[in-house]
Design a protein around this ligand. Structure first.
Ligand code: GDG
Length: 501
């Protein structure tokens, strides 16, 4: 549960590509069990779904045709945020394997992911994949309407709040709206995008951009991480669809409805990370002798991992005094491993890291420690706490939670955050050192500046960063969202009025 319970006036139906846990078979007895995903979204939102008696609609991570017939109840020992979520509150979306593959890999990952990260050369536009995307969005919509019926049967006067998540579900809203209107079911519809919303120049490359924009506009309220993405979206609606818009109040008129566009920067369960850091095992014993540069990312081409290693190599060339003292620890979580581009990226990174290590390693020291895999949250918190510098340098990123988690875990000697201006987080974490990941020399200079920054400057910067992130945590994000859709129960309203630092 969140530390400060957040009350919604409406039962919430979350609709996301994935359920808040993965279902798998217990290897010992073959029984179905829930495996937790510890993301910020689940931590913040699952308790509200539990508390409002709402529902979570999503793909269970396996195809039901693989033999899964029902959602298991949570384990009695389960202390995760989804523990209170009864199996009756979970709506699994059963999708045909081929259709799912075309929708998920063919359209979401091969087209929307690169396009929305402003990398159009990587985007593949295929009509049949777009058709699969439409089909899957209709299926999600149909199950969501079914979920509304269930809630209405139980309490007819409630107005369910449907919250659609991310680029997988940009076309579901109009189907839900039409079906509910036909049956006289009153609802509120909101959408939140976790990745950037690019400029009109990029969006117009998508051959079916009008359908896409109209799909998103099926919601009453649309949320993006930062103001730039809001303005990009509003601009697209005006230029492609000819909508009347108000940039100042962030409103778009479409189909006789007024849609509000809100910037809602997502964040992390700050206090939970502080607690983790306080009890995490020691990684660096003596910072005077050993400095850790840390990178934590999914292995994805948007995260700028190759650029980062090249800059570190340049640092070691230009500033040999760092050799033997500084280690770059990169945690790269495997992601989309069946996609060729991701396999190629892994090979490129493996080779680059091998060559840098070969070039500089001595009998007692190697410059790069590379973990290709997922570490536990305790271990992650230990890395965050003991790192001298956290290097968050994506080429493009919706927000980036790693930057925020690092700051929360800096409970001892203050380190330095290096941040790309192309991450949404770069918009508000002003005390970080900003670095353009494309400029290797400048990048190496800033790495050196971070490693040699005086303690009082580090302290000052980190104190400010921590104050802001503590206040603007994931619960603040959730409250701001509920306020924007007018679903925040009164007892919480005053808390959300406190202005950011
Ligand atoms: C998308 C958007 C936006 C990473 N390695 C390990 C591990 N992690 C956890 C981190 C963090 C999460 O994964 C990564 O979140 P990011 O925000 O950095 O990036 P995406 O996965 O691309 O997320 C992004 C986000 O959605 C939210 O809206 O900020 O811009 O791209 O929480 O801690 N966790 C564990 N072990 C690891 O090795 N346990």
């Amino acid at each position: 549960m969140p530390l400060h319970p957040i009350h919604s006036t409406s039962p919430m139906i979350v609709v996301a590509n994935r359920l808040p846990f993965i279902i798998s078979k217990d290897p010992e007895n073959g029984k179905l069990i829930r495996k937790q995903c510890a993301g910020g979204l689940v931590t913040a939102v699952a308790p509200v779904v539990v508390e409002t008696g709402g529902l979570w609609v999503g793909w269970p991570g396996v195809h039901l045709e693989d033999g899964i017939v029902e959602i298991p109840e949570s384990d009695p020992e389960d202390k995760s945020p989804t523990a209170g979520l009864k199996s009756s509150q979970v709506v699994p979306v059963d999708l045909h394997k081929q259709v799912f593959d075309d929708y998920y890999n063919g359209c979401c990952n091969a087209c929307f992911w690169p396009l929305f990260h402003s990398m159009p050369d990587r985007a593949v536009f295929q009509g049949d994949k777009w058709e699969a995307y439409k089909t899957v969005n209709q299926e999600f919509a149909a199950l969501t309407v079914e979920a509304v019926r269930r809630l209405k049967k139980k309490s007819p006067n409630d107005v369910p709040l449907i919250w659609l998540h991310d680029y997988h579900l940009m076309l579901a809203a109009n189907h839900i709206r039409a079906a509910c209107e036909l049956e006289g079911l009153e609802i509120k519809l909101a959408f939140f995008l976790h990745i950037p919303f690019p400029s009109w120049d990029i969006v117009r490359l998508f051959p079916w951009d009008d359908e896409l924009l109209q799909g998103i506009l099926g919601c009453d309220s649309i949320g993006f991480h930062i103001e730039d993405y809001c303005l990009n979206f509003i601009d697209c609606c005006k230029r492609r669809l000819g909508c009347r818009v108000d940039r100042e109040y962030r409103l778009v008129e479409h189909n006789m409805r007024t849609v509000s566009v809100n910037h809602l920067p997502i964040s992390i369960p700050y206090d939970r990370f502080v607690k983790l850091a306080e009890s995490a095992p020691v990684v660096v014993k003596n910072r005077a002798k050993e400095q850790l540069l840390l990178g934590v990312d999914r292995l994805d081409y948007t995260k700028g991992l190759v650029h980062r290693i090249k800059a570190f190599e340049r640092l070691l060339e230009k500033y040999p005094e760092h050799r033997n003292n500084v280690t770059f620890l990169q945690v790269a979580v495997p992601s989309r491993t069946d996609v060729k581009e991701y396999q190629e990226l892994k090979e490129e990174l493996d080779q680059l890291i091998g060559s840098v290590n070969g070039k500089f390693s001595t009998a007692n020291w190697s410059p790069i420690r590379y973990i290709y895999g997922c570490v536990s949250q305790d271990q992650l918190a230990a890395f965050y706490r003991d790192a001298s510098v956290c290097v968050v340098t994506p080429l493009r990123d919706g927000m980036n939670l790693v930057a925020k988690e690092f700051v929360a875990c800096q409970t001892r000697e203050p380190g330095v955050l290096l941040l790309s201006p192309f991450a949404g987080a770069g918009n508000s974490m002003h005390e970080a050192l900003l670095v353009n990941p494309y400029e290797t020399n400048e990048f190496a200079e800033i790495l050196n500046r971070a490693l040699t920054m005086p303690k009082d400057e580090r302290e000052l910067r980190m104190r400010q960063l921590r104050r802001r992130e503590k206040h603007l945590d994931v619960n603040f994000w959730l409250r701001s969202f509920l306020k924007s859709v007018d679903c925040l129960a009164d007892s919480n309203r005053s808390a959300s009025r406190i202005l950011p630092l």
